[in-house]
Ligand binder design. Sequence first.
Ligand code: C2O
Ligand code: CU
Ligand code: CU
Length: 500
Amino acid sequence: MYKPSKRSFLILAGGAGAGAMALTFAPRLLTAKTSPTSFDNSFVVPPLAQGQRQGKKIQFMLNLQQSEHHFFPDKLTPTLGVNGSYLGPVIRVNRGDEVGLQVNNQCGEPSVLHWHGLKLPAVMDGGPHQSRPSGSSWAAEFTIRQAASTCWYHSHQHRQTGPQVYRGLAGLFMIDDEVSQTLDLPSEYGVDDIPLIVQDRDFNADGSFQYVNGMPEIMHGKHGNTVLVNGVITPTLNAQRSLLRLRLINASNARIYNFAFSDNRPFHVIASDGGFLPQVASVRHLVLSPAERAEILLDVSDRQPVILKSLAGAIGGGMMGRMMGNMGFDQTMEILKINPSQAEASTHPIPIVLPQPELLNVKTAEISRPMLLNMSMGMMQQHSSSGSSSMFINGQSFDMNRVDFEVERDTPEIWTIMNASPIAHPFHIHNAQFQILDRNGKQVASHETGLKDTVLVNSGETVRLLMMFQHYSDSKHAYMYHCHNLEHEDQGMMGQFTVV
Ligand code: C2O
Ligand code: CU
Ligand code: CU
């Protein structure tokens, strides 16, 4: 069914010849710029989706389409978009809303949109089972039962999630609630409350996207040398206020960012994937792996321009870190310039007292599930030629027809994620906002003490997660859990469970 990706995998495998190890770690050509980043492009605020509201009911229409987009003034890039040429509009709803999402697939290939971070019935989840062929549609309908947070949506097409997200099938899903609306926080959308959808891409000379073209890019996931913010290459944001609330979304296929500012100034993390943190976490850098989100407050009252960067060294250093650095998977990158010279003084204070997240009030659970992440290092040779995959959870690759386990509704569970592979994996669970109990037995940093749906598990690390599945059960339809490195997901580092 998914011949294209399998075939290209085999072609690559054919070239492996003299040993997969050597080839896997072969340095690739870097096209990194030699001149400093110019930040010539204007910042774009992602448009809000226009929903049709009737009381608590709100209905959105999302058209998946093939398009072309100007990332460069003189070149057009073939893309996929949702109601537009690249990415999609921001779906913004309130807790308690009954949301309807009509997804019309006109993108020329089978696809589906998944509502990442949302708690919802399995059949509304937009996982690979809800895929529709081009020319048909799918309607999701569910009630928002969770706290204010910055979630997102993206393609979850079986074995095509990586390429479809890369070409543009993603957008934001923002939830507000009564608490978030009364907090003394910057909250004027696009003025002092600004989403930053961060993605990295490679482009061919003709302007087209360059997706995976070698084994390192399958093993490590697709990394690009050009950074997009809200679909614009390294833009300049002219800040209108002296205090900014930035909603950082790592919507990249595989790159792990270590966000920091050019003058190393501190900033204040107020929210993680599932909503507000128990308390503000003041930091000078922040690691976000694919699919992770954070809301930060940035003080620009000095009116000095500052650059949002990603520092190298996010992924653990050591031999593997050096190799990945050499391959361009862990280099310093400039992302966005913020120019606050015309910013008005903000009326909002920092620090602020945050509302308490709805954490489970147990510290332990009867049910415990080990999740061993592994990958085959000789993957490109033996395994792919026999048609099987090279990325595993508990020794198995994803199978659409195998439900890995059943979960009991309203019962706390601890999942123990163990990374036995040489590289880091962002582990994501559908229909969940979990708490991180510990990393290698140690307490986590304060920015990780809130609700999360994705957690970075470094090589050799064991991370324990506490969660409970509420509200919905369905013995027939499954939810996914997987690595959110999209190339790893497409290669099978995924499983599925039902809630009964
Ligand atoms: Cu963000 Cu299963 O996905
Ligand atoms: Cu998800
Ligand atoms: Cu992975």
